[in-house]
Design a protein around this ligand. Structure first.
Ligand code: CA
Length: 695
């Protein structure tokens, strides 16, 4: 039986060869198109953002299972010296973790020990923080043919040598005079590196770019919204789109920035892109004559070779509420009404869970996965939502659910082919005060969301009095379009999800707990206090036959800095990377963070009530998105605790950029000295209001 022997030896030989390659550190050179297409069989590694091109985030590994997970323990932790949000999905090749931290810094880390092999800091100018909507975050790298690809916050695409971290090439993907940013993980598709951008809140025009992975040359660029028609259209898709806009939309950028989901379908040769909200947020400001405003808040399918648009599906026509459709896209083959369908699934911010045919873009089904008041239902043929009459009142304010942080944001969902469920992090019952600023005009130096921040009416009080929203992990049946189970969480914001063949679902939370649930019914089986709030999704892989789980821990991001009411327990703190395995016995020692006593104001505001009100309005325009609503900070410095030195140097810091290198931008072009002093007065009033009353 020599043939049998040879066949049975082949897998062993493969294992030995892979192990040998691993020792030489050459494994990353073998990550080619074939390896990426067959990533599902490569259970030892985590090769792409969503593990496979399907982006299902399901691992066939089962060493850590519902029976053994009670023995799961920490193997190592590594502090990353940041207090900002960590959102990356680590990639793992042959025992080396490739991940990103704050300010787009890349780390290559030994999975067995946590030792850093190399790190690469692209030196993003810290003062550029002014144009980031949602913290100095990054969601990870791509790996291909021995290189690591990084999108930097300031819009560069960088190729690094995977063995040394040395830069091979770098290209600028955006106009740096405009408030673009880039936080998403690049994706590899057929020899191309794909990268999107963010900045719709700030006022830009979205697009996705494809670069030659070897040389870094631009192969195609596809816009998501039309530009100024007098300059001509880049494509027929843009000409079609322009007919759905009115007014002079291009002056505010239009928006539609594809800042997260970009998924490659190698079978169909398509790239699916989720597009963002409008710039500004409100249709009445952006496109005063109405219209659907294609391709805002849409899933668009592009031909991978040319970037030409093949189909589109708009989840929120004429988006009015910051309802991005940039949320994760997931491919699967599902049996629907007796027919095998190649589907694409998404739970965008607007609260509907969508299932589409990914070959044609045909709408198959949608159902609400969270409370919504903006729509009363969905047209079963077209998939077009039925907009509620109460969701919009021209320039007048209205209250709407979900809120602008969405019923689900970028936190990845996972799908288990074994249970048939999508595991979805949900923020249920968030509320949005829709309040357009009728005086808004496009400008180049501050936010272009068009929000009237001086509005102080009964709806604002109703918003502040609204019942707290609920965070939830849902086991969603995408065929039946309903939850099979759900777990109410003690916090609003929870992290991305991992599902495994061990019948497990892993997910972290804002209060710092990492939890494993049974995939079939949501019963909690294991938990670990990671010391700081969690946003990122865990990954799992094998090294030397041991199954590991690795996770980035760091609080911040979209709501982690703003620190809104109703968030529930959130734990700002120092960021770290953790790795677990069965029998792990390491102890986590998390450095202390924050203040455990009330503020003790160093001085009293000497300002009129009018000045303090002015300071509050200015704070709510320029400061709150990093230092928190009502000067109660999340992950960044809480200004109620500002020292005498900070107050003495206030003008130099705020107007002169004295702390720009630490990430505190310069506002000298936007604020006068009197305005800076008004903000300072408001901060001092808030410090006094929060202080212990004198005894
Ligand atoms: Ca947005």
């Amino acid at each position: 039986m020599p043939g049998t022997t040879q066949r049975s030896l082949l897998p062993l030989l493969t294992v030995l060869l892979v192990a040998a390659g691993c020792d030489r550190g050459n494994g990353v050179h073998e990550i080619d198109d074939e390896r990426l297409v067959s990533a599902d069989r490569d259970t030892a590694n985590w090769l792409t953002y969503g593990r496979t091109y399907d982006e299902q985030r399901f691992s066939p590994l089962s060493q850590i299972s519902e029976r053994s997970v009670n023995r799961l323990g920490l193997v190592w932790s590594r502090e990353l010296g940041t207090t900002r949000g960590l959102e990356a999905t680590p990639l793992v090749v042959d025992g080396v973790i490739y991940t990103t931290g704050s300010w787009s810094v890349v780390y290559a880390i030994d999975a067995r020990t946590g030792d850093v092999r190399w790190s690469y800091d692209p030196q993003v100018p810290r003062a550029r923080a002014r144009v980031f909507c949602c913290d100095a975050v990054n969601r990870g790298v791509a790996i291909y043919r021995g290189r690591v690809y990084l999108g930097t916050l300031d819009g560069r695409l960088v190729a690094l040598d995977a063995a040394s971290g040395a830069r091979v090439w770098e290209v600028l993907t955006v106009d740096t005079l405009k408030p673009y940013s880039s936080t998403g993980a690049p994706r590899i598709a057929n020899g191309l590196v794909l990268i999107g951008n963010g900045g719709a809140e700030m006022g830009v025009r979205g697009y996705v770019s494809a670069y030659d992975a070897e040389r870094g040359t631009l192969v195609w660029r596809t816009y998501t919204v039309p530009g100024d028609p007098s300059l001509g259209f880049e494509s027929e898709a843009m000409r079609t789109a322009a007919a759905t806009w009115t007014g002079r939309w291009w002056e505010g950028g239009g928006g539609g920035t594809p800042w997260d989901a970009i998924v490659y379908d190698h079978e169909l040769g398509l790239v699916y892109v989720g597009t963002g909200n409008g710039a500004p947020w409100y249709r009445s400001l952006r496109s005063p004559g109405g219209g659907d405003n294609l391709y805002l808040s849409s899933i668009i399918a592009l031909r991978v070779s040319t970037g030409e648009q093949v189909w589109h599906f708009q989840t929120t026509p004429g988006d009015n509420w910051d309802f991005t459709a940039t949320q994760p896209l997931m491919l699967a083959d599902l049996e629907i009404q007796g027919r095998r369908r190649r589907v694409i699934m998404q739970a965008p911010k607007n609260g509907f869970f969508y299932v589409l045919d990914r070959e044609t873009g045909e709408f198959l089904s949608a159902a609400p996965y969270a409370t919504m008041t903006w729509a009363t239902g969905i047209d079963p043929k077209s998939g077009r939502p039925v907009e509620s009459p109460s969701a919009f009142d021209e320039m007048n304010p209205v209250l709407v659910s979900p809120g602008p942080s969405g019923a689900h944001s970028w936190q990845p969902m996972a799908f288990s082919p074994e249970t048939g469920l999508v595991y979805l992090p949900v923020r249920d019952g968030t509320v949005f005060l829709h309040r357009p600023d009728s005086t808004w005009r496009p400008h180049t130096t501050k936010r272009n969301d068009g929000v009237n921040r001086r509005y102080a009416g009964s709806l604002l009080r109703a918003l502040e009095a609204a019942p707290p929203p609920t965070g939830r992990l849902v086991g969603w049946d995408p065929v039946q379009q309903k939850p099979r189970w759900q777990v109410d969480l003690p916090v609003l914001v929870s992290g991305g999800v991992l599902a495994t063949a061990g019948n497990l679902v892993f997910q972290g939370r804002s209060d710092g707990w990492l939890v494993a649930y049974r995939a079939t019914d949501g019963i909690k089986l294991w938990e670990f206090d990671a010391g700081t709030g969690i946003l990122a999704p865990p990954v799992t892989y094998l090294v030397d036959t041991v199954q590991y789980v690795t996770l980035m821990v760091g609080w911040g991001g979209d709501v982690g800095l703003i620190n809104p009411p109703g968030l529930g327990p959130a734990k700002p703190g120092f960021g770290r990377i953790l790795t677990f395995a069965l029998g792990g016995t390491a102890r986590l020692s998390a450095p202390a963070f924050g203040h455990d006593t009330p503020p003790n104001p160093v001085q009293t505001a000497k300002a009129s009530q009018a000045t303090i009100s002015e300071g509050r309005a200015l704070y709510d325009t320029y400061c709150y998105s990093c230092h928190g609503i009502a000067v109660v900070a999340g992950a960044l410095p809480d200004l109620r605790y500002a020292t005498a030195d900070v107050h003495r140097d206030f003008e130099a810091i705020v107007l002169g950029g004295a702390r720009a290198s630490l990430g505190m931008p310069f506002f000298g072009d936007l604020l006068s000295t009197a305005q800076a002093r008004a903000i300072q007065a408001y901060i001092l009033v808030r410090a006094r209001e929060s202080a212990t009353p004198p005894s």
